[in-house]
Design a protein around this ligand. Sequence first.
Ligand SMILES: [Zn+2]
Length: 458
Amino acid sequence: MLLRILAVILLIIVLTVGVVFLLGKKVDLKPEQAVTAIGESTPISYIATAPHGVKRFTAVLEQNGQRQVVVDDRQKFAGVKRIYHFLAGRKQAAFLQEGDAKLTVTAQSNDLWGAKTSDISVVHVSLRPPMVTADGLQHYINQGGAELVLLEVGGDWTEAGVRIGPDVARSFPLPGKPEDSKIRFSLFPFSYALPAETIPVVFAKNAAGTEATATFWTKVFPKTFHKSVIDVTTQNMQKVVADIDPNGTGDLLTRFVHINRDMRLENNKTLADLRLKTEHKMLWSGPFEPILGKRESYFADHRTYMYEGKKIDEQVHLGFDIAASEHMPVKAANAGKVVWAGRMGIYGNCVVLDHGYGLQTLYGHMSRLDVKVGDMVAKKQSMGLSGSTGMAFGDHVHFSMLVEGVQINPIEWWDEHWIHDRILSKIGPEALGKKDPMAGPVLSKEPASKPRVAKKHR
Ligand SMILES: [Zn+2]
């Protein structure tokens, strides 16, 4: 009798444990971004996914036999997915020293089983902050244009460049110097879309996310941009829709506006990402060559699109439209390497040339392409023929210039004096001959009240 009762109790226990295990689900735990380094107090995020949620979340730092819990969150979370944010560094664990440490992050499932999942990573403790200083030059910047600044980094750094509002420009070692050089330069854009009051800063950042910034002498010349009205005909729309999005659905107007609005955004993202394919050397020399012909637009034209007397869209046109004869040869503005040769939505058949250090040019609406990705082209070399592919109502060349993926006004690059003063005097052969490139052509000690650039070059 007793044996039988014991057997039943045992069976109930086995069944209960079984059910708990069957219903219990482990937490899927992974860092939002791989954690490789921490500093004084580095933000870390972990994504925890589990059908019944998370009961407890902990993070522990260990180094040289010492241990510190940096987070112990026992608040039950019953949802499916949660992102846990916490700080880890010397502020949280005072014993941390420069070197490697172990970070163990654990999440316990919010069910009867309470299974634990741990993610263990070796993190580098980096306590030396990055440092950065900029040159002492006077930087005259046109809104919608570009500028170059020299910077010197120090301490512990992995990334450095210039921030201009939301835009980030990388930095490169001076021509011919090793990649990890501390004296660097950054060619940066000042987007037409940014307020003229935006203050660019140089920055240096380390793997632990610690960032140092510094300002430098800048003067921005605000610009006014043109406004224009484009009357779109049914025929124009049919042409564009048939060429760019022949399988789209909806009425003609909807399809046209979709191309002009959404596809334009998508294409400009693709275009901006080509900056990652830049060469770390100067492929160009001398002034850029404008495309000859009748200029049909200005840089950053604000265009209002009208159809049957009604406004259907508004866009900013970030380039020059040049029309000459039909199927005219499209010539490279300067020497460079082809990083795109093919269709790109509104730009139709187009070529993007990389000139090095984040500087690129685009030639759109071509009817024939005679170059392919990887080709090196010389200044004024023909790359194909003009046409009206993409968002074009007639045969013309759309020419755009980009710095770090941001479209800028090409006009500066046609001016030999501007190129000398703004670019080559800082990183050209004459500047590289100097013992201290940071001293630059103008010493930092010079008072800011003596602008050296003549007005006409602004
Ligand atoms: Zn255009």
